[in-house]
Design a protein. Structure first.
Length: 180
């Protein structure tokens, strides 16, 4: 049986640097996916992903996760994404990842019919998620990464009831969008 994230975190705080590798391996894919969805830019997501794990190394005992290590880590990543977004707006830069993704999809030759239908559904869902208000999009991405309502509430710093309400709105909007 593997140690809990919190136990591995305590080992890291105690000086066991191999614990960092364990946490990095556990969260590489889900955290990068979350950040990538927030930024819509792979290179920027890589930078923020590494910044999040630097924050893990730099964290002091006062910033030890209260609910769960996973929720705390995603909260750190969310804050980094929000700060980068604010910075990008101040600098006047904008990224248009959706257009690049669409062009890449059109440029690739169509595979078998089933795969094409799957791609269309995935593209439709991705497009519907991108049209969601920020608050609902964040809830979607966090839940899609496997977080519980309590962890999502911790990351977003909102009550669990608000998360449940947003999930209700989210499901309703996505159903409407996908029915179009």
């Amino acid at each position: 049986m593997q140690d809990s994230d919190e136990a591995v975190w305590r080992r890291l705080r105690g000086g066991d640097i191999t614990a960092f590798d364990v946490l990095y391996e556990r969260y590489e894919r889900p955290l990068f996916g979350f950040i990538r969805a927030q930024t819509r830019d792979t290179l920027e997501a890589e930078d923020l992903f590494h910044d999040a794990f630097l924050a893990v190394l730099r964290a002091d005992d006062a910033s030890t996760p209260l609910v769960s290590f996973r929720a705390w880590l995603f909260q750190v990543a969310r804050h980094l994404c929000m700060n980068r977004s604010r910075s990008r707006k101040r600098e006047g830069r904008a990224f248009d990842e959706v257009a690049r993704d669409g062009a890449a999809l059109l440029a690739s030759p169509p595979p078998g019919e089933e795969l094409l239908l799957r791609r269309e559904r995935a593209e439709s869902l991705r497009s519907a998620v991108e049209r969601l208000p920020l608050a609902l999009g964040e809830v979607y991405r966090l839940r899609a990464s496997g977080m519980s309502y309590e962890e999502v509430a911790c990351v977003l710093e909102i009550p669990v009831g608000t998360v449940k309400s947003r999930m209700n709105d989210l499901v309703k909007r996505l159903r409407e969008e996908m029915a179009r």
